[in-house]
Design a protein around this ligand. Structure first.
Ligand code: NDP
Ligand code: MG
Length: 389
């Protein structure tokens, strides 16, 4: 039996993973499940999957989780440190599906124990890609992409040499506002930004899809994960979300990955890697689909893409600033403190301020530097709210 741990088990990606794992309970020995406020779901899954340990990242949720698991042998813990400690329990495979920069420390801890890490948490690559991948290398651990575009690129590269790669194209649906007049974007509400045309995902990534901050994160993720230069990476708007990414080679060939918009494909690929196994996802009927469409992204509509280019070119700790400022701006939009278009102004202003303050580009990407940069960027991003025009 393969020993596995799921970080962020109660979220959208975590639940899709559980859907796959629960179908074959003789194959997996579930060591730990972690979640946040949704302790009912966490407790139900810990019982169902017979987990050794259930952890909520919120200390105030400990008693409720403990009560829900009374009478079982499931151990209960709470707090961010307990989440990181869960990563020290030996397993063969772990899923990193926490949302936000909070996924970084548990991911690093899992890799330090040689665990194969299936990475949905893009924020940890954006914030500290070299640190995360360096940790994996130092401990002989493997990181597998779970974000659908990166899983697609990874699959297109099987058996290929990176030297033959000319470009990497990741696709974008265009999000909730792809057909809105640009002038109307400033009025977009939280409810409108929280619905995605093709994918069913957590609220934060859905809003990030509407602003294309999600694609901006994925550009940086591509650069970090595949170690390609920023000018080799492109975004292509593809409304149908059926081609997830393409790799262009030096002989002119484009290898495209086509599949249904269902995260269980990318999660399942990482779960069974290096093998391919049957997955319960829809089989596409291309004759019925008929046509696939492609458009160049409109940078005026999606300023986040330009900001990502800047971050990729600056490198160093600018990814940590970008991610933290984006998380703070998103909190602000969700809380009704700032408007939809203000998010990109806040992120750009925070990058400007912190570039001026001191060598973002040249600072070492250590955990201490990353955490301090993340802390400061959130403060500066919050301050930028009051300076919006
Ligand atoms: P959700 O918001 O649905 O789930 C997030 C999970 O993290 C939940 O288990 C949540 O607990 C937990 N959590 C929240 N805050 C913290 C914290 N501070 N510390 C520890 N755990 C926490 O997110 P998604 O599943 O949508 O996304 C997860 C990650 O995967 C993100 O990085 C996202 O960008 C990435 N991703 C998601 C895709 C998708 O289809 N959803 C596609 C590709 C990538 P609780 O809910 O119990 O409070
Ligand atoms: Mg994606």
């Amino acid at each position: 039996m393969r020993r596995i741990t799921l970080f962020g088990a109660t979220g959208s990606v975590g639940q899709s993973a559980i859907d796959l794992i629960a179908r074959d309970d003789t194959a997996y020995d579930v060591v730990a499940l972690t979640g946040g406020r949704n302790v009912r779901q966490l407790a139900a899954d810990a019982r169902r999957l017979n987990a050794d340990l259930a952890v909520t990242c919120y200390p105030e949720c400990y008693n409720e989780l403990k009560d829900l698991l009374a009478g079982t042998h499931v151990e209960v813990a709470a707090g961010p440190e307990a989440v990181a400690q869960a990563a020290a329990r030996p397993v063969d495979w772990a899923l990193s599906a926490i949302v936000g920069a909070a996924g970084l420390v548990p991911g690093l801890e899992a890799l330090a124990h040689g665990t194969t890490l299936a990475l949905a948490n893009k924020e940890s690559l954006v914030t500290a890609g070299p640190l995360l991948l360096g940790r994996a290398k130092a401990h002989g651990a493997t990181v597998l992409p779970v974000d659908s575009e990166h899983s697609a690129v990874f699959q297109a590269l099987v058996g290929e040499h990176m030297a033959a790669v000319e470009r990497v194209i990741i696709t974008a649906s265009g999000g909730a506002f792809r057909d809105w007049p640009i002038e109307k974007l400033a009025t977009a509400t939280l409810a409108q930004a929280s619905s995605h045309p093709n994918w069913d995902m957590g609220q934060r990534i859905t809003i990030d899809s509407a602003s294309m901050f999600n694609k901006a994160m994925e550009l940086i993720e591509t650069k970090e994960f595949f170690n390609v230069s920023p000018d080799m990476i492109e975004v292509l708007v593809h409304r149908e979300s059926l081609i997830h990414a393409m790799v262009g080679f030096n002989d002119g060939a484009l290898m495209a990955h086509v599949g249904p918009p269902d995260m269980r494909h990318a999660i399942g690929y990482a779960l069974h890697w290096p093998e391919r196994k049957h997955l319960p996802v829809e089989r596409l009927d291309l004759a019925k689909i008929g046509a696939l469409t492609f458009e160049a992204p409109d940078h005026a509509r999606y300023p986040a893409l330009g900001i990502a280019k800047r971050v990729m070119n600056e490198g160093g700790l600018s990814g940590a600033v970008f991610n933290a400022a984006k998380e703070r701006a998103l909190d602000g939009f969700i809380a009704g403190e700032i408007g939809f278009l203000d998010m990109s102004h806040v992120v750009a202003a925070t990058l400007d301020k912190m570039s001026l303050d001191g060598g973002l580009q040249n600072a070492a990407i250590t955990l201490d530097n990353v955490l301090e940069t993340d802390r400061l960027a959130r403060i500066y991003a919050g301050e930028a709210f009051s300076q919006l025009g």
